[in-house]
Design a protein around this ligand. Structure first.
Ligand code: ITT
Length: 187
């Protein structure tokens, strides 16, 4: 069984592909920075993107939209994570959090799957954690060096290999739900 994952992000592809291979599914990377709708809700973005992308490529495929939600910043940057990472970056988030005691944050992920002409399905996942006091780690991507998952041992996601991040990441949870559904569907 094979699935097409449309994403411009090589790190996301690696994470998802490791999870899928364990379930006997090959993931094909279709590298494309497609245009996303602007919305406050990741699920809505993933649903619209999956429908659009499967219609354009004329094949069943999935997308994944993710974001970092910082509680003390009322959920910012959330669905605007891509833009905020490119503009403020990790140092910008750390500056906004300077002197802030409540460092609670979470990553959320929404996977959208669609067949051409069909209705999209969306699967979500989240992981709670906190914003580190400084950047730590060389691995991962994006906000990984400033995010410490609550279920871990104090290391940031960037200090873990992909296999460990995949044990409890937002993306792994959303993808697992998607794969469970997909495997059942194809039985
Ligand atoms: P797509 O082509 O799949 O959209 P993207 O990199 O633009 O790739 P998103 O819009 O889903 O991905 O993610 C927005 C940003 O949030 C992303 O660029 C990262 O900076 C950050 N992000 C998402 N997931 C992350 C993760 O697991 N770890 C760290 N940062 C993450």
């Amino acid at each position: 069984m094979a699935l097409t994952f449309v994403t411009s992000n090589q790190h996301k592809f690696q994470e998802v592909s490791e999870l899928a291979v364990k379930r006997g599914i090959e993931v094909v990377h279709y590298k494309w920075r497609y245009v996303e709708i602007q919305a406050d809700d990741l699920e809505e973005i993933a649903r619209a993107s999956a429908k659009e992308v499967s219609a354009q490529l004329k094949c069943p495929c999935f997308v994944e939209d993710a974001g970092l939600f910082v509680m003390a910043l009322k959920g910012f940057p959330g669905p605007y994570s891509n833009y905020v990472f490119r503009t403020l970056g990790n140092s910008g988030i750390l500056k906004l959090m300077s002197g802030v005691n409540n460092r609670d944050a979470e990553f959320r992920s929404a996977v959208g799957y669609c067949e051409p002409g069909g209705e999209p399905m969306v699967f979500v996942g989240r992981v709670e954690g906190e914003i580190a006091e400084q950047v730590r780690g060389q691995g991962g991507f994006g906000f990984d060096p400033i995010f410490i998952p609550r279920e871990g041992d104090g290391r940031t996601f960037a200090e873990m290999p992909v296999s460990e991040k995949n044990l409890f990441s937002h993306r792994a949870r959303a993808v697992d739900r998607f794969l469970n559904w997909f495997i059942e569907l194809k039985r």
